[in-house]
Design a protein around this ligand. Structure first.
Ligand code: 5GP
Length: 360
């Protein structure tokens, strides 16, 4: 097995609807094409296009949402996405998704999220721990679980982040936080702010984000995907648990970020594909890594950008001249930035320690 695949990994920035397999997306689009809901040949071209600007990515998401927003489909894609991450040895996955309301098919934000949880339960290729025993101390301490009948299955820890879309109002954002609080026993550990970065105002989301934090939820923010110094500074002052991207920072913002020690979710392929960063040799990964700022590698949207977490590690290794030992350490360090509790952190530490003994 490829070394990058066999290495255990922690994925903390993956959007559910961005991580759908292309084959599934095409199959679902084909079905809608037959029903006459969409024109399949137009859609096929959009799905298979490789390079997309940030603006085109958000157009694609609108299309994906038309194709996928149905309870059964949400359950199916959740199941497949978790299986895909587990297959490449992601041992802890924080999966984020925007709870969606669609009155015409009887979907509420809650029923959307229930369909996601159903997807976690439906996974059969691997054991999924999504937090039901966080309240006890009896977590299983290996990446392999014993089913009690002598057969063993791989195990993946999955926790959920509920995303607030930048198109939403304060009230809608607050609803998402309320829902997250009600679903904590089902593995929801935090809130993400995402969506088209050219839309919406920080002040709109702030009350919901403050409320989330007061109630004990962790918060991660998409920050600096477009130049917006005022918003970047406000976001850093908020001191979120993590930020994603950090592409369009100026000198002042870099120093503020570095003194804050806020971990940065780095999505290399996503940044390159959307041309938020012109080429990998000028990517801020290198500077943050060299200055020992907390960073972690993530996929963002493995389906939309045709990548995998193993590919991201391989790309970082070849682009920045880092060896396997350094990359293993980078993957292990991500344990410190997860939003799940210390019981899970301890289990992950053991999984990495055991892998360190077995990997050459
Ligand atoms: P979902 O939340 O529907 O499961 O995943 C897709 C959504 O995640 C998109 O509609 C968008 O709101 C958000 N998203 C995915 N990738 C990105 C990204 O690179 N930047 C930002 N700002 N939002 C993203």
């Amino acid at each position: 097995m490829d070394w990058w695949v066999s290495m255990p990994k922690v994925e903390l920035h993956a959007h559910l609807n961005g991580s759908i397999r292309n084959s599934t997306l095409l199959e679902l689009a084909g079905e809608l094409g037959e029903k006459g809901t969409i024109n399949f040949s137009d859609v096929e071209h959009v799905i298979l296009k490789n390079d997309r600007s940030l603006r085109e990515v958000f157009k694609l998401f609108d299309l994906i949402h038309i194709i996928t927003t149905d309870h059964k489909i949400v359950t199916r894609i959740t199941e497949e996405v978790v299986e895909d991450f587990a297959a490449e040895n992601v041992v802890y996955l924080e999966l984020r998704t925007t709870p969606k309301r669609n009155d015409s098919i009887g979907m509420s934000k809650r029923s959307y999220m229930e369909a996601v949880v159903e997807g976690l339960r439906a996974v059969s290729t691997v054991e999924v721990d999504f937090g039901s025993h966080d309240l006890s101390t009896a977590a299983d301490s290996s990446a392999i679980s014993d089913k009690g009948n002598g057969t063993q299955r791989k195990k993946i820890y999955v926790r959920l982040l509920l995303s607030i879309d930048r198109r939403e109002t304060t009230t809608a954002a607050m609803e998402t936080v309320e829902l997250a609080l009600e679903m904590r026993h089902l593995g929801v550990v935090g809130i993400d702010l995402s969506g088209n970065p050219t839309i919406g105002e920080w002040a709109t989301f702030l009350p919901a984000l403050i409320f989330a934090r007061e109630q004990g939820l962790s918060v991660t923010l998409h920050c600096g995907e477009v130049p917006n110094p005022e918003e970047i500074r406000a976001m850093l002052s908020f001191l979120p648990g993590r930020i994603g991207h950090a592409c369009c920072f100026e000198e002042d913002e870099w120093s503020k970020l570095k003194s804050s020690k806020i971990p940065v979710e780095i999505c290399l392929t996503s940044n390159l594909r959307t041309e938020t960063i012109p080429s990998v040799d000028v990517h801020h990964f290198a500077d943050l890594y060299n200055s020992k700022h907390p960073i972690l590698l993530c996929t963002d949207d493995s389906g939309v950008f045709s990548t995998s977490l193993s590919d991201e590690y391989s790309l970082a290794s070849s682009s920045f001249g880092l060896g396997k030992a350094e990359m293993f350490q980078l993957a292990r360090d991500a344990i410190g930035f997860i939003f799940a509790n210390d019981v899970v952190k301890k289990e992950l530490v053991k999984i990495f320690a055991s892998a360190a003994r077995n990997l050459d």
